[in-house]
Structure formats: structure tokens, C-alpha cells
Unconditional design. Structure first.
Length: 385
């Protein structure tokens, strides 16, 4: 009897212990399999971790973006993050270490009042203008250094103020120029818009003027699984990977476009007469704002590694419009080569070499066309198309 009782107690204890032991064993197996998967595919687990994981300071709000009264989303002011993004086209993970100023932009802190003997340039656009491994390595920041080197000896200082927003479109650039840009009293405004607009203007039917039916306002009440997990759990590959997959599956806030960008119907035959005029209108209005405030304006044709039929059609309509309206523009698409991943990390974003290249192109364009009205002591050279 005593032996039977002893065996029952042992079995009970074993059953109690077997549950947590089994859970731990399953977790270890999952962890091993996920680590093996990443080793075989040569992907970087950091690309699946949220940005707050890499922060040395506690973040009261872990979101990169916040709400805004006039825009669907806006970068968080005074925010500092490190982001790792895996780029399958080059089989590498790209790191972005950024800090936003008090307004929310990835650019130095500057007063609205313009210093004496200073020329200011405002840059507008999406991630291809925001792009760069550090704030000092965006193409607007590189452009500022190049122009100051070129105009050294003229007693004029150049400031390039980058108002680009990651995932932004031309309708947002227009609003940013009106709300923030003109306050800095710019001498020149550069729009590198079009990379994100192309999918709305050529594939979207019945696009609202501010794109509001395709880009919805950020919902800051959505809770992401990765955002609520304790920091230490994300040290584990399995927790990181499955929480990332969960958030992407349910379109939570780990990836902004999944939440704010909505499906665009593909009706190419009619869409050319629906969305495209809105992009062109935004460019025309930006030029009009610059005229009113006495600054020059220049647009651009963004570059793609491999432009498809949609992009080619978009570029054709944009060039035709710019020429007809006498809007100056830099045709990056026609100047730079295609199929070249030495300058791109994917179809549109820049490598370090690409950032230097596009900054040099803008510098030469500004100098040759004297867009800042400065008598220079140096010489510039613009590559031919």
C-alpha cells in the first residue's frame, strides 16, 4: 500500500514537471530550427527585430510614427532609432541609424530665421530622400557638404534642410512645404517625389486629391505583438521571427505601409486619366508656392534599377508635363545606368555609392543652372543624358 502511494505521488510529480519540461523542450527545438533556418538562408535576424530593440534608452512609445492633424502619419519628433532592413536583391541587411530633430525630420536643428549670407535648400520626397545609413549620409546632407566645398571663398554658407518622410508621397510633400518649408525662407526647393506616387497615379482609380482613400491615417491604437513583448524575449530568434510574422499577418504597426497603404486596383487603361493629373498638380502647386515665396523650384524623375512598363509610362507623362510647364527637373532615370546594384540596395533605395552619386548630380545641376544665384570660384560638370 505504501509502495502504491509512493508510485502515485511520483507519477503526479512527473506529470506536473513534464508539462513545463515539454514546453521548454519544444521552445529549444523551435529556437534551434529557426537559428538553423537563418544560418542556411544567410539572413540577419536583426532585420526582424523592432527598432526599439536596438535603443539604449527606454522608449515611452515604441512607434516610429505618430499622428498629425494634416498628414496621414508623421515621424516622431526627437526620436532616435536603429533599423535593420533585409534587402533580398543584394542579399544583405542595411542598417539605418537615425535621429529626428524637434520637428520630426532627419535633418539638423535649424531656426526658421535664416542667418545672414546663407542660402537654403529644402528637399522633399519619400524614403529615397530620407535614405541613408546615418543622418550625415543622406544625399541631402552630402549635397550640403559638396556645395559648401564648391562655394568656399564666396562668403556664402549653404544649408540643406531635409523634410522628406519615409513612405511619403507628393501630396504630403506639398503639405510639408506649406506648413514647414516656407518658414525656413528657402532659396531652392528640390522635389524627389514620384517613387511612391507611381503606384497610386497609374494604378489607382478615383484617387482623392490628398490620396486619402489609398493612404489612411495612422491608427495609434493598434497594438503590435512585438511592441508589448519584454525586451529580453526578443533576444531569442524564435520569439523574434514568429512575433514578426504574426504582426505582418495581421497588418499591425511593425511595418507602416501595411497599416496605412490600402490595396490599389489595377485598371491601367483608365487610370492614366485619373491619378496622374493629381501628381502633376502637386508638382505644379509646389512650384507655385515657390514662386509666391521667391524661391526656385526643381522636380525630378526618380531612378529605378529596372523600370517596368508602369514606371516608364509615369516617367513619360511627367517629362511631357515638365517640358510643357517649363518646370526644371533632373532626369535621374535617364542619366544613371540600370541593372546596377552598386548604387541601389533594391529597386529604388541607395547604397553609399548611390548616395554620393545622386548628391553629386544635384550639386552639378544646381551649379550649372545657377539655382542658388551664387558667383562661384570653382567649376562644375554635369553628365550628359
Amino acid at each position: 500500500m505504501h509502495l502504491k502511494l509512493h508510485r502515485l505521488r511520483f507519477r503526479k510529480r512527473f506529470l506536473i514537471l513534464s508539462v513545463p519540461i515539454g514546453i521548454v523542450a519544444m521552445f529549444l527545438v523551435a529556437e534551434l530550427l529557426v537559428r538553423l533556418y537563418f544560418a542556411v538562408t544567410k539572413q540577419d535576424i536583426n532585420a526582424f527585430r523592432p527598432s526599439f530593440y536596438f535603443s539604449d534608452t527606454f522608449m515611452s512609445d515604441r512607434r516610429r510614427f505618430t499622428t498629425h492633424p494634416f498628414l496621414p502619419f508623421f515621424p516622431r519628433p526627437n526620436d532616435e532609432r536603429i533599423i535593420h532592413v533585409y534587402k533580398p536583391d543584394i542579399s544583405q541587411t542595411v542598417t539605418y541609424d537615425y535621429r529626428n530633430n524637434s520637428l520630426g525630420f532627419r535633418t539638423p536643428e535649424r531656426t526658421y530665421e535664416k542667418p545672414v549670407n546663407t542660402k537654403r535648400i529644402i528637399t522633399l520626397g519619400g524614403s529615397t530622400t530620407w535614405d541613408g545609413p546615418t543622418n550625415e549620409r543622406t544625399w541631402p546632407a552630402i549635397l550640403e557638404r559638396k556645395l559648401n566645398d564648391y562655394y568656399e571663398g564666396t562668403n556664402v554658407k549653404i544649408e540643406v534642410i531635409n523634410l522628406a518622410i519615409d513612405a511619403g508621397v507628393s501630396a504630403m510633400s506639398l503639405a510639408l512645404l506649406n506648413q514647414y518649408g516656407v518658414m525656413f525662407l528657402p532659396d531652392l526647393v528640390i522635389s524627389y517625389d514620384g517613387t511612391n506616387d507611381v503606384w497610386l497615379t497609374l494604378e489607382g482609380m478615383n484617387v482623392l486629391p490628398d490620396y486619402a482613400n489609398y493612404i489612411h491615417p495612422l491608427n495609434d491604437r493598434i497594438v503590435s505583438l512585438q511592441y508589448v513583448l519584454p525586451h529580453f524575449l526578443l533576444d531569442y530568434y524564435s520569439v523574434t521571427y514568429f512575433s514578426y510574422a504574426f504582426d505582418r499577418l495581421f497588418k499591425l504597426d511593425t511595418y507602416l505601409p501595411d497599416q496605412v497603404w490600402h490595396e490599389v486596383p489595377t485598371q491601367m487603361d483608365k487610370a492614366l486619366y485619373s491619378g496622374m493629373p493629381l501628381f502633376l498638380r502637386n508638382i505644379r502647386l509646389m512650384r507655385g508656392v515657390c514662386r509666391e515665396y521667391g524661391c526656385n523650384f526643381i522636380a525630378s524623375i526618380p531612378h529605378n534599377v529596372d523600370p517596368d512598363a508602369t514606371v516608364t509610362a509615369f516617367d513619360y507623362y511627367a517629362r511631357t508635363f515638365f517640358d510643357k510647364e517649363n518646370i526644371p527637373y533632373l532626369d535621374v532615370q535617364n542619366i544613371l545606368p540600370h541593372g546596377d546594384y552598386s548604387i541601389h540596395t533594391d529597386d529604388v533605395h541607395w547604397t553609399d555609392e548611390g548616395l554620393d552619386t545622386v548628391a553629386e548630380m544635384w550639386k552639378e545641376k544646381i551649379i550649372i543652372e545657377d539655382l542658388l544665384s551664387i558667383e562661384a570660384t570653382g567649376t562644375g560638370r554635369l553628365r550628359s543624358n
